[in-house]
Design a protein around this ligand. Sequence first.
Ligand code: ADP
Ligand code: MG
Length: 614
Amino acid sequence: MSDIINILPDSVANQIAAGEVVDRPASAVKELMENALDAGATEIQLIVKDAGRTLIQVIDNGCGMSDCDARLCFERHATSKIHKADDLFAIHTMGFRGEALASIAAVAQVEMKSRQCDRELGTQIIIEGSEVKDQSPCNCPTGTSISVKNLFFNIPARRNFLKKDSIELNHIEEVFKRVALPNHNVAFSFHHNGRLLYDLKAGNFAQRIAGLFGNNHKERLYHIEEQTEPVKIFGYVGKAEYARRVRGEQYLFVNGRFIKHIGLSAAIEKAYSELIPEHTYPAYFVLMEVDPQKLDVNIHPTKTEVRFIDEHIIFAILRAATKKALGQFSLATELEFNPSTEIDFTPAAKGYMPPEPKVTYNPDYNPFSERRTTGGEHNSSLRFSPQPTERVKMAEYEHFFDTTPKEPDVSQLPLAGESAAVPSTTTNTASPINYLSKYIITTLKSGIVIIDQQRAHERILYERLLAERAKGNAPAQQLLFPVNCIFNPADSELLTEIMPDLEQLGFIISALGENTFVVTATPVDVKEDELQSLLEQTICDYKGNMMQKFADRDKSICLSLARQMAAKSGTALKPEEMQQIIADLFCCQAPNISPSGKRTMFIIGEQELNEKLK
Ligand code: ADP
Ligand code: MG
């Protein structure tokens, strides 16, 4: 038999290897931006066309490359960052494997111009599918500009695999945020299809957060800081009331690199337990510094997973630091300390001495007393944190929370439309009871009915919204005063995308300018002061569903709104509100199950009662 083994040509080997490093435009953006940072740039511009399909260009003012390096950098294992294996243990830069540029050049048409500051002329190199087409001297500013055109031009299968532009752009924006956040001393800009999405000046971490996520973030965060030997922590954690149902704005960095770490995320989230409802997640932006020797270097540079040697210690410190930030500040609010706990995002003028905070406290205040002794209305900013008196009461219910009902077995529940468990009549004489501000207890012909108020209301609103959406006649309530809502550029794009859907549900929203929208009408039941957060959460849910390819966009938006508009557990209901929920629930197509698939009610019939009381 003849020989059958071939050595693959370099270009093919590079293409295969490229798949590991560059799987979509966002990964090329990440590599190029990290290279610019490693080159010591203080200004980095990102220019993208068609979500990176047509062009990704990164321009930096870093150290630039010599003629020879400009050619070499596209070779596999070409790196200036390590020379020997030992160097691996003291990595301070983003890249070190020397794979990124070789990979990018294997799957795109690349044009690079680079000049070192002590040279008069720079060098330009054009390379397509690993093949150098031209290298010549050129005039260019100090630094490097790399244009990556027609990514995957030579791998049609991969190019066809790219998602639609809004999704790819979302990935790019996410990468941009992950790189720009920890490098707040570097100025960044980001243009997409000629539109300036972000223009970030060099500044402190808080200013960078505001630049990326909007100025209104300043009211939503607490400062967190801890200097210890194993880890130095600095950053901001979200106030409990802004917790969201999806893990959205959660950013953890180690030595300037974005990381995903289930344990450390849990450390932060654990600090919130009892402050936020179950299945909601706080925002956080946390920078950590750890001795590089104590990090596991055996990690792939494109991956975000890391391992620490002192993992359990770091976990404990991070949790304690978060608790401190939350505890200190929420306690301060409760004790009515005067100064605002918000972070001032504007830098202090040189020589400015901050005034000593004045403490006004009530000497008669006794946190253990049932009766509130202060005169004024207590104004806690933590919506989910119980008031002092409630906290005492809460203790009585602790056993109750421990025995939270298990997920119902959905297979045991009647199907949508089926009404086996629905009482034959809903006429009831007794007025319902609002037990724990969570359950509605009433009697019907078929027995005692215990309804979960939040889940029931979600079901009612969900079906109402879907029906109105289908008919296209959702009633809108005109707002007395239009409300302006401001979003970050990424969210603004998404809001524009779902605006037609929202309009069919009763919203009237129009764009007012860069990232600002004015809302003049909303569906009934939407509270004006919650409009901004309602829209933010809707966008956030939509983004999440889009990423997970939630099949039905209508349903996803209606579900998101229903969940937010529903009367939450813990909200005391008036008798007429309870009556309304009972009546509306039994008119639903699937009254027994919440739109998220949980049981909404429980009926104990006479026979069952007799059994129990035998
Ligand atoms: P790595 O970053 O892992 O070293 P890359 O393929 O990303 O590998 O880059 C190869 C080399 O090219 C780098 O080590 C660096 O010396 C040089 N280089 C890449 N981008 C730039 C840039 N923007 N400015 C200066 N040098 C660069
Ligand atoms: Mg690199």
